[in-house]
Design a protein around this ligand. Structure first.
Ligand code: GUN
Length: 299
């Protein structure tokens, strides 16, 4: 056979988000230690309203990792019946607090609070989620912005397999403001040809099969099957879906049917342990970035 064996078959690279996030936190820890030597400390405030169990776990993880790399972590846990006015007042106080460089209001918020109004009240300079219209607009026109964490983590993992994404056809499944739209913007900046598909798209499977890089961000468990994936594609699974098991328990699965798809791919993220851990790592990176921007403004 003239073909070397490595052209016939290669195992997929499993893109390990736990290892990548740990590597990123090590780099951040070093930078924060250097700042500490100058008597400086970036600070992140996380605001949780109500008792959503998943949100409580996320917020506890964010606070633990923030402290663990040497940043200041301030948690505000407010009761579910907190008024919108009280929440806006807290955000305003944090906007003016010189010890706080990043503000994150955990979503979802209770129904009686207008989430858009709250997110827009966060100073764009402290908007470490990158959800403010100013940051979304800056990202869209290629200006320096605070960029949403999950999209950053997704692109980072794709680039672990292939540094240069230029010219690839990237297909993003989902058009949310939190993931779909910003990840499409980042991939455009990486010189991909970007297609976004969503619930009203015709022939989703046909389009996905054309993807060199497939990003699944729709929140539908195991939506992407082997029939939707091109041989040798890079597959990034943003989904975190809790599903019941036959034995009565539950488990977390992604938007991609990992077991069905993985042998077709060149590289794929697992769930859990893929994009999820990267989101918090980039939240910490964004907080350091917001700190650096604030230092630059005062010089
Ligand atoms: N809820 C789930 N993910 C996120 C996130 O990335 N940011 C915020 N603020 N809330 C979330």
């Amino acid at each position: 056979c003239a073909l070397p064996i490595w052209e016939l078959t290669m195992p997929p690279m499993i893109l390990d988000g736990n290892a990548a996030a740990s590597h990123l936190r090590d780099a951040l820890r070093q930078k924060i230690a250097a700042l500490a030597a100058q008597g400086k400390q970036p600070g992140l405030a996380v605001v949780l309203v109500g008792e959503n169990p998943a949100s409580k776990v996320y917020v506890a993880n964010k606070a633990r990792q923030t402290k663990e790399i040497g940043m200041l972590s301030v948690e505000h846990r407010l009761p579910a019946e907190t008024s919108e006015a009280d929440l806006l007042a807290l955000v305003e106080q944090l906007n003016h607090d010189p010890a706080i460089h990043g503000i994150l209001v955990q979503l979802p918020l209770p129904e009686h609070i207008n989430a858009e109004k709250v997110l827009e009240s966060i100073s764009p300079d402290k908007d470490v989620d990158g959800f403010h219209a100013v940051n979304a607009g800056k990202l869209a026109i290629g200006m320096n912005a605070l960029v949403p964490c999950t999209p950053l983590g997704s692109v980072y993992l794709a680039k672990m397999y292939r540094k240069d994404l230029s010219g690839l056809h990237a297909v993003v499944i989902g058009r949310s403001n939190i993931v779909g739209k910003p990840v499409a913007q980042l991939l455009l900046q990486e010189n991909c040809t970007v297609t976004i598909v969503h619930s009203r798209t015709k022939n989703i499977a046909d389009i996905c099969r054309q993807a060199d890089l497939l990003v699944a961000a729709i929140g539908k468990p195991l939506f992407v099957g082997a029939d939707m994936v091109k041989d040798g594609a890079i597959v990034i699974d943003v989904g975190i879906n809790r599903v019941s098991k036959p034995d009565g328990g539950s488990k977390i699965v992604g938007d991609v049917d990992f077991d069905a798809v993985k042998e077709k791919t060149a590289a794929i993220t697992p769930v859990p342990g893929g994009v999820g851990p990267m989101t918090i790592a980039f939240l910490l990176a964004n907080t350091l970035r917001a700190f650096e921007l604030s230092e630059a403004r005062t010089q």
